[in-house]
Design a protein. Structure first.
Length: 310
């Protein structure tokens, strides 16, 4: 959709006034260290469930195939489901074999000799785990974990189970945003002036937090669309008091945690004083309902921000 022109820019400028108060509140949270540094500890559940000798292998495979910080935990989740961390190598009834349960044809295409012993062996944990990382990368990870895992096993329940295990294995993360303040302004959530019930100026101002990370809106108002729960999306052009944007441009990486979209979602959450967690977060601020969605079943490849006057 065309970006705002002069009149809309003037309206958005109203929402961006009063930077001092906002920066005093949130500037320290968003700056101060080098950008792009993400470090995640193993959770208590991960400590209990994952064999200690395998954790470096998942990490090395994730780094080698650029799966991002979440990659090592996803690999552990797959390994748990497929072979119980090597307890049952198979073959399965379908003919899959090894630590990560590869079909012969898939292994022939993606198998690797990760430990340098001259053999590509699905019964070797290093070879199998690196091969799984290679296959996930080729299938769309880390930009689209749902797509990559569905390619690994064509079942939605499998995708959900792997991601749930990955989340349970991953402990607290230290995420460093870009240094320097985020210029948003002190938004007056009682101000209902402007188009779409006043909601548009808030949606665009908040979405603007993604610009420093290379993330821009790719979808704004459009034809009627229903949400998974049956409600009408805030994107719908016929909804006069609501406005929504999807943030997902070509320059916006989807790695989780720590990618450009993740940093954008966290910055928006901080600006609204919302929990900086994934999934769907709803909150009422003044005259508006805000909805931030990131890393749920339908939002692994974009950040959704909806604003509706109530």
């Amino acid at each position: 959709m065309t970006r705002p022109l002069a009149a809309a820019s003037a309206l958005a400028a109203v929402a961006l006034a009063g930077l001092v108060c906002f920066l005093a509140l949130f500037g320290a949270l968003l700056g101060g260290q080098a950008s792009g540094q993400v470090a995640c500890a193993v959770s208590p559940e991960g400590e209990r469930a994952i064999p200690a000798e395998l954790r470096p292998v998942y990490r090395q495979a994730s780094v080698r195939y650029r799966l991002g910080t979440r990659g090592e935990w996803v690999l552990a989740g797959i390994n748990s489901i497929e072979s119980g961390f090597g307890e049952n190598l198979g073959p399965s009834s379908a003919g899959a074999y090894g630590w990560m349960q590869f079909m012969p044809a898939t292994w022939a295409a993606y198998g690797v000799d990760a430990d340098g012993d001259g053999q590509r062996d699905p019964a070797d944990p290093e070879d199998a785990i690196h091969a799984a990382a290679r296959y996930l990368s080729a299938s769309g990870a880390p930009r689209d974990w749902h797509r990559a895992l569905f390619a690994y096993n064509h079942a939605d329940w499998y995708v959900r189970q792997v991601l749930a295990l990955a989340d349970s294995y991953q402990g607290a993360c230290t995420l460093t945003l870009d240094s320097g303040p985020v210029e948003l302004g002190e938004l007056d959530f009682t101000d209902t002036a402007g188009s779409w019930g006043g909601s548009r100026k808030f949606a665009l101002a908040l979405a603007g937090l993604g610009e420093r990370h290379g993330c821009f809106p790719t979808s704004e108002k459009r034809e009627r669309k229903y949400t998974a729960s049956g409600g009408i999306s805030d994107h719908w052009v016929g909804q006069a008091d609501a406005y929504a944007v999807d943030i997902n441009s070509a320059s916006c990486t989807m790695d989780y945690p720590g990618g450009d979209a993740d940093r954008t979602a966290r910055a928006i959450a901080l600006a609204l004083d919302l929990p900086t967690r994934t999934g769907t977060v709803n909150a009422v601020r003044g005259a508006y309902r805000f909805q931030l969605i990131w890393q749920d079943d339908d939002h692994y490849d974009h950040v959704h921000l909806g604003v509706a006057r109530i």
